[in-house]
Design a protein around this ligand. Sequence first.
Ligand code: NZQ
Ligand code: ZN
Length: 384
Amino acid sequence: MYNFSYANPVKIIFGKNTIKEISNEIPKDVSVLVVYGGGSIKKNGVYDQVSKALEQHTWFEFAGIEPNPHYETCMQVVDLIKSKGIGYILAVGGGSVIDAVKFISAATFYEGNATEILTKQVKVNKAMPFGSILTLAATGSEMNNGGVITIAKTQDKLAFSLPVTFPKFSVLDPTTTYTLPAKQTGNGVVDIFVHVAEQYLTYSEEDTLFQDNMSEAILRTLVEEGPKALKDPQSYDARANIMWASTWGLNGWIGCGVAQDWATHMIGHEMTALYGLDHGQTLAIVLPGIMTVLKDQKAKKIIRMGKQVFGITGEADNVIIDKTVKKVELFFEQMGIKTHLSDYGLGGDAATAVADRIDKRGWKLGECQNITGSVVREILEIRL
Ligand code: NZQ
Ligand code: ZN
């Protein structure tokens, strides 16, 4: 196990009817900006609950953060914050809204060109305080300090993470996810699965048994509860388990002391930027490809996953590996998320374009930094 240091300051408020608790979490002596997406919160009652909880606050709102949020939109919000003298932000929505608010909170105080937070990974030491109300279980953004923002002008989808962009609190009321379209429930479960895989399915040192067991618990939970949420969108228990699994998937706990991959995500971000695929869709295409092309490097962990998550036993190692990759693909398909480029009208040109972008960025991805552009092409070509 590698050495690590870890701190996470996010207060989690979990359960039914908990949105009202924000009135005690947000200071009353500053103006609040409520930031949300395309309007789902107005249809499912979340907006009304927020309005009621903020009755004693002075607050304004910004609607229209798009999925895969744009830098350009975020900067409109920065202008609004400055013009209204806002002192606290509340993000209400999925990962896109929370990520946007993280970026906005840092960009508000950054004196240079805020694209540098994305393109140069500059460190910003001050950010506006913010809290979140999560309505889509997927990203883990509710309990981490990272975000992903797209610069629309250049089609660059880039990640950032800053010590100052942890939410002060996040409200996780699983009932808010009852209204998710099936596609978003599926995308979310795939995203959580892949977050865990990125921190678990690496070369094996065989010395992180605790983290491996925790990761497998999350994966098994998704395999059990994901299909239940699709079948019965108002199953509180399924929604609650998936929501808590999403937080655990990327709040840093299972990543302590282990090797980490993240190639599936980096390749996926390029696919979203170029072709507009949902985040979860890109991951469902790429992960089975990575598991296949890098099966020797990842053999021990793929076999572990096959046995511990999918219950495959009594076979030769190479058979377990092939069956596990197939099980992962079938699980994503069972969640309603297609796993091949052709399912989205993409072909070999897309494989080449994405590979070229990885080369152009000079990236060598994966836990062994051996996934170059040509390996990316190989990965995507077997996913046509
Ligand atoms: O915009 P509204 O109208 O709210 O609709 C959203 C959006 O269209 C809808 N939705 C959300 N909650 C709903 C709902 N519809 C009905 N009922 C509800 N309760 O769902 C759509 C997708 O929302 P979005 O926030 O884009 O989805 P998600 O949470 O999957 O976030 C994806 C973004 O997060 C980034 C991704 O790259 C992508 O940009 N990620 C952030 C990470 C992080 N901060 O740690 C890590 C992840 O790997 C990921 O990269
Ligand atoms: Zn993700």
